[in-house]
Design a protein around this ligand. Sequence first.
Ligand code: NAP
Length: 547
Amino acid sequence: MNSEPQKSPAHGSASVDRYDAIIIGAGMAGMYQLFRLRELGLSVRVFETGGGVGGTWFWNRYPGARFDSESYSYGYSFDEKLLQEWNWTEHFSPQPETLRYLELVADRLELCKDIEFNSRITTAVFDENESVWEVTTESGRRALARLLISAVGILSAPTWPRIDGINSFKGEAYHTARWPHDPVDFTGKRVGVIGTGATGVQVIQEIAKTAGHLTVFQRTPDYCTPLGNRPIDDETQRRIKASYPEIFAKCRGSFGGFLHESDARSTLEVSEEEREAFWEKLYRDPGFAMWLGNFSDILFNKEANDLVSEFVRKKIRERVRDPETAKKLCPQNHGFGTRRVPQETAYYEVYNQDHVDLVDLRETPIERITATGIQTSRAEHEFDIIVYATGFDAVTGAFDRIDIRGRGGLKLKDKWADGPRTYLGLQGVGFPNFLTLVGPHNAAVFCNIPRCIEQNVEWVTDLARYMHENGYTRIEPTLAAEDAWTQHVYEMVNMTLLPTADSWFMGANGNVPNKKRTFLAYLGGAPAYRARCDEIAAKGYEGFVLE
Ligand code: NAP
């Protein structure tokens, strides 16, 4: 292996840099993959659209952005020294601190020398004769590599709503996932926010503190539960640092890589008093306790789910003073936990304030955006600022924004037109040597993501080592393996209630024309996924053809 790039004259007249591996994206996955492959002695180039490292935490700078995972369960686990040196200041870290952490990691590991920032890859084409990928960036820069590894993120392709007149608004307009680097001042302003998912909830709580008037446009209410954030005091800091092995072991053993693990009991086997007491406790507990620490059947059994849904609706009604507003905030068309549960800090109390209004878009849809505001079927609302918290073209969107062509010119977008097809969420037939970290149908999509990123990256690193040691230059899954995995993904999710709700897990936010409604994650759980990946590797990469 050669850690320096080579000049290749073979492709076109101009010479093109040739690397052992190209990684798309310098978020948490791309950063760690770069580090691991470089350790192997490979020459690696990372192309990153943004102007810095951090991915999600680089782009999502909106006020109120913070972890929903416990901070100390989120950082990289591989660098013991960094774990001891770094101090998370809050149990659920705010975005600026997380970005500082990732920038520090990049500095310590000297990652930036191998990353080209402000370099969006527009095409990636597989050369069958040479078994190499050629990528081209927006500025026309070309590069070749044997391995192409995507680390593009699952929620990195923001979507704007398809509403007439969206470009005609003369005030300030921001998407939460493309937030400016300079702070936006809401003081005394008339602000409209569209979207009430996990992002909307965070940004609404924050904007309400200073806005002159805030109007929230809600299409689907979610079951939000208390985050329970608080500063980390010195004693807790010491305890956390002493218990990192236990923290990571717990995450490793849990279904979603979080510190929360479901209770083995069924909702229906305990008495009503016991159930209520348990739910009261979970509702008070921080983080995803209510979602992921609940009875084992809440996402499988409709009767159990109805009961817990009603418990959370009751909480909403208790917290919102105006019964009409409370009613609008109570989800009716899906069950608790079937969509990602937003975590809140006094979110519901925002609606008890005189300067905050809630518009239910099911009753009064938006007709158009005007030069001065938002026109619904009932009224025109005038604004100084409109904030779009309208989500993402989830999981496949960032792939679709690149023209990726595999064997025989097959376009990835076409291959996935009826939903993703992959083996382990890591590779698809027709795309040799193209590995997708946190790709569709990968357990990392439904996970405390750094925990699963580490697993994905380490597995791909082992594969790269194996290929080198055995002289392989090409890997691709068999059709049988891809078929079996894809079927397995759907079998697992169909045992749950998740397909009953429209959510980004189902690729269903309505803003992406022709996006098929299909499950994009994997619900077999992180431990089972890891075991399967390890077993496949131990059997000489069973289900893959290595040449
Ligand atoms: P989202 O969950 O997809 O929510 C988008 C919101 O915008 C929804 O309320 C949606 O309504 C609404 N919307 C979309 N298009 C609309 C339209 N045309 N008209 C009116 N309303 C529209 O996106 P998100 O809130 O950005 O969150 C996505 C995911 O990012 C989360 O689920 C979570 O996994 C992650 N996230 C994590 C954190 C964290 O860990 N701290 C924070 C924020 C986000 P419908 O529901 O009706 O589609």
